[in-house]
Design a protein around this ligand. Structure first.
Ligand SMILES: Cc1ncc(COP(=O)(O)O)c(C=O)c1O
Length: 312
């Protein structure tokens, strides 16, 4: 391995030679410190002294777009502003209008449908954790192809487990920050256990959410129920599914603490999230739910969300 101090042309050549297959999905990326958009993902670069890199001091959002229109954009931006306020990020220090940058980056991507991944960092220029260092927030917006879950998941349902990873405290759970290590471990746990998702459980036995998805149930009374909001991220998909369920008289909606007992006795369980919409669950810790069949409400809500995306 070479330890040579690289020349400018050698650095450029190293960047050009990178080959990370999945990066090809990224079609455009706005990077505020570069003052523009790169369309070659090899140049999707962020400095090592950026506080998002060395302290997780950043916030983010993922937004689906259909026919070039971001779905639930305002709801995602509202959550972004909430995350920013909670962590004392001063978004007025951003030079750009976020919605405007979303629009131009989307246009530059040439994609009709896909995913927008948006990050705001505290800024770069020091290696300390101090947010009072002279920093200016940086905005990064990547627009990429979305690889949707296999249709088999929607036909057969997915398998759930209960996580051993301790869920985040209320303050952290409600913020979409770049400090996602518990979520990372939950994802690992699900894969290691050959499950599709695991759900967090608090010290009181209350179920929270999966690594990047919410869950809802249809209880014994036929109510559509989601967990209380204090230990989960307020998922835009889950909230929209509730609105659609009310509007189309699919089921009455309710919010309450949910336990494993509720899960195992549920008529239906479903996952909700930007990249998967509404995904039915047919097994929890090896026990079949609804005799292992996809339930009608999960199916209907997924159809309504998909329709909502195209009529958006
Ligand atoms: C922890 C967590 N919960 C739930 C969700 C689902 O939220 P949304 O429906 O807005 O994608 C996400 C999304 O990434 C998440 O990170």
């Amino acid at each position: 391995m070479s330890r040579a101090v690289l020349s400018k042309s050698e650095i450029i050549s190293q960047i050009e030679q990178q080959s990370v297959a999945s990066r090809a999905d990224v079609k455009a990326c706005y990077i505020s410190w570069m003052k523009g958009i790169v369309t070659d993902p090899k140049w999707m670069l962020i400095p090592l002294d950026d506080h998002m890199v060395h302290r997780g001091d950043g916030i983010f959002e993922a937004i689906k777009f259909i026919n070039k229109k971001p779905y639930l954009l305002e709801q995602h931006l509202e959550r972004l502003r909430f995350s920013a306020k909670s962590l004392s990020f001063d978004l007025t220090k951003l030079d750009e209008d976020i919605a405007e940058i979303v629009k131009v980056t989307l246009e530059a991507s040439g994609l009709e449908n896909g995913l927008i991944r948006m990050f705001i960092s505290r800024g770069s220029g020091s290696f300390s954790p101090n947010p009072y260092d002279p920093l200016k927030p940086e905005l990064m917006i990547a627009v990429l192809k979305l690889q949707p879950p296999s249709p088999l998941f929607y036909e057969n349902g997915v398998k759930l487990g209960i996580s051993k990873v301790f869920p985040k405290e209320s303050f952290w759970a409600q913020i979409k920050s770049c400090n996602y290590l518990p979520n990372v471990l939950m994802k690992k746990e699900a894969i290691d256990r050959k499950l599709d998702f695991v759900i967090g459980q608090t010290e009181m036995g209350e179920l929270t959410e999966s690594s990047t998805e919410n869950f809802m149930i249809v209880d014994q009374k036929g109510l559509l129920v989601r967990p209380l909001k204090d230990r989960i991220l307020r998922g835009c998909t889950m909230v929209r599914a509730f609105e659609l369920a009310q509007k189309h008289h699919i089921a009455e909606t309710f919010e309450r603490a949910l336990t494993l007992k509720d899960l195992l006795s549920a008529k239906e369980i479903m996952m909700a999230g930007t990249t998967l919409d509404i995904l039915p669950v047919t097994e929890v810790e090896g026990q079949k739910i609804n005799q292992g069949l996809v339930g009608p409400i999960a199916k209907k809500l997924n159809e309504l969300i998909l329709k909502d995306q195209t009529s958006n």
